[in-house]
Design a protein. Structure first.
Length: 159
């Protein structure tokens, strides 16, 4: 995440959403901005908890003028099953080739139970309507994260 700094322009991308539509970063913005979050894998416990937290608070983000979009390297088909099973109300982006993860610096070496492998480091990027990064959340802890992002959006409004 070395080039990803608050105040810099968010890396642009073109991809495919969970409905198979071509989308770009600009297409995904809400009235005031976007919460772009990266997660390791559909249907896993931590990712499900995080997605459901965004689902349950989606109307609060919309009220503040922000859209929420999740990104993982899962296929469109996997995203569709995840959305259906968890009744998700926001867009998921398929980054099967890992290019978006690379641009945002979230594809990193991970360690789990004594082995090392490459994977997505759970991270969130708060992006303003001008496509500038307002806040970067590296190595996110799921519990309380959505509330933290909402609180930061509210404090940005006061500035």
């Amino acid at each position: 995440m070395s080039d990803i700094k608050v105040g810099s322009k968010a890396p642009s991308f073109n991809s495919v959403d969970d409905k198979g539509n071509k989308v770009s970063l600009k297409d995904l913005l809400g009235k005031k901005g976007l919460v772009l979050y990266f997660y390791p894998k559909d249907q896993t416990p931590g990712c499900t908890t995080e997605a459901c937290d965004y689902r349950d608070n989606f109307s609060r983000f919309k009220k503040e003028g922000y859209n929420v979009v999740g990104v993982s390297r899962d296929s469109i088909n996997s995203h569709q099953k995840f959305i259906q099973k968890q009744d998700l109300n926001f867009t998921l982006i398929s980054d099967e080739d890992g290019s978006i993860c690379e641009k945002y610096g979230v594809w990193q070496l991970k360690k789990f139970m004594g082995r090392e492998f490459m994977g997505i480091i759970r991270s969130t990027f708060l992006i303003g309507g001008d496509l500038k990064l307002l806040k970067v959340y590296p190595k996110v802890s799921v519990k309380g994260h959505v509330d933290e992002v909402l609180a930061d959006i509210k404090s940005l409004e006061k500035k």
